[in-house]
Design a protein around this ligand. Structure first.
Ligand SMILES: Cc1ncc(COP(=O)(O)O)c(C=O)c1O
Length: 391
């Protein structure tokens, strides 16, 4: 008999009742250290008092009005994002997947308005993850995600990850209008694109007019130690997808864009009932305010150094379990010499949560506000897990 919840997830038998900072407590009262942060979502920790107060204040005042009306909280979140990024405009969604949907529509509409509708093909990369909607699975095209869901949305061209020669050739095709990539692949196994390659992709896009769409759903919002990962390379995209950390756990996403990329998205061309609602935007605005406090990101970078050093130590101590560390900021991956499911499960036995990824990597994605002593505690727990695995 089919379960009451559609069985599309392989769930670990753990249920949490509450959270505080980097800690979660199960329904049985057991505490777990959270080095996964809900897959890079709880960027400011669980039950962050500031966000709880913001949400409660907004919840007591106004939840929803629809985009038929002006929404001051949405305007505030938008002006903060515009002030702190390359973007001239933004659209709020409820998720990263919806951000992908709009990014694809925006790119195609851009070329339609430019009188070049044939430039509808969008280049994507192997190992990418952009969500599970029909457009998002077509964009990535792996059999694991697309099997049984044909016909797929046409107009995506998948290239090998970080193969600049292949990109150089493909981007000059007359039907190509945009490139979508994650500056640091998340689900793909914490694979950062070297800064020089991101700069090269930017200049190829400038040369051909193709729009550069960055998916910063996982690597954005302070995760790499900059507000957005592309800042490390000193470039800006034309369109950017944001979600996860921007709500700190409240469902919200956004598409940020330059005027050039977005100008064709006129009234009636896109919409969402819930996207940009007062609750989500009150929280998002507060998250952006907190992350753009001048002390916030330097502190993320300091903690990232501490964590990375500790993880390198674990690799040195347990070479039979771990092969290396990769990633950027607090978006780190431990390369495993054994099945990642076994390593994650060994962590569970030590009451620490990590997140499996592709490419033999477990993801280490703690809240960006994790205290130093919890980093030390987490490293000790991972050390115990690796000792158990190495036996
Ligand atoms: C890089 C990236 N893009 C898009 C998505 C889809 O976001 P959501 O699950 O919020 O729809 C994810 C989710 O993991 C992601 O990591």
């Amino acid at each position: 008999m089919i379960p009451e919840i559609l069985p599309t997830y392989n769930r670990t038998p753990l249920a949490f009742a509450s959270g505080q900072g980097a800690w979660l407590t199960t329904t049985q009262g057991e505490r777990y250290l959270d080095f996964g942060a809900g897959i890079a979502v709880n960027a400011l920790g669980h039950a962050n008092p500031d966000l709880v107060a913001t949400l409660a204040e907004q919840a007591g005042r106004l939840w929803h009005v629809s985009n038929l009306y002006q929404i001051p909280e949405q305007e505030r979140a938008a002006s903060l994002l515009v002030a702190h990024t390359f973007a001239d405009t933004c659209f709020f969604t409820n998720s990263g997947t919806e951000a992908l949907e709009l990014a694809v529509k925006m790119a195609r509409r851009h070329w339609h308005a430019a009188g070049r509708p044939e430039r509808s093909t969008i280049i994507t990369f192997e190992g990418a993850f952009h969500g599970r909607s029909s457009a998002a699975i077509a964009a990535v095209g792996t059999p694991k995600m697309t099997e049984g869901f044909a016909p797929l949305l046409p107009g995506f061209l998948q290239l090998p990850w970080d193969d600049m020669a292949a990109l150089d050739e493909a981007i000059h095709r007359p039907d190509v209008g945009a490139v979508i990539l994650e500056p640091v692949q998340g689900e793909g196994g914490i694979r950062p694109l070297p800064d020089h390659d991101l700069r090269r992709i930017r200049s190829l896009c400038d040369e051909t007019g193709a729009l550069l769409i960055l998916d910063e759903v996982q690597c954005g919002m302070g995760r790499t130690g900059k507000l957005f990962a592309h800042e490390w390379a000193g470039i800006t995209p034309d369109i950017m997808m944001v979600a996860k950390g921007i709500g700190g756990g409240f469902p919200v996403g956004a598409v940020l864009a330059t005027e050039h990329a977005a100008a064709a998205m006129t009234a009636g061309s896109h919409g969402s009932t819930y996207g940009g609602n007062p609750l989500a935007c009150a929280v998002a605005a507060r998250v952006v305010e907190m992350m753009t406090d001048p002390d916030f990101l330097p502190e993320v970078r300091r903690k990232a150094g501490l964590l990375r050093q500790g993880l390198e130590g674990l690799v040195a101590t347990h070479p039979q379990v771990f092969a290396g560390v990769r990633g950027s900021g607090l978006m780190l991956g431990l390369e495993c010499r054994m099945p990642v499911a076994d390593v994650v499960a060994a962590g569970h036995a030590e009451h620490i949560l990590t997140v499996p990824a592709a490419d033999g990597v477990i993801r280490i994605l703690p809240p960006l506000t994790i205290p130093d002593e919890d980093i030390t505690e987490g490293l000790a727990r991972l050390d115990s897990a690796a000792t158990a695995l190495g036996r």
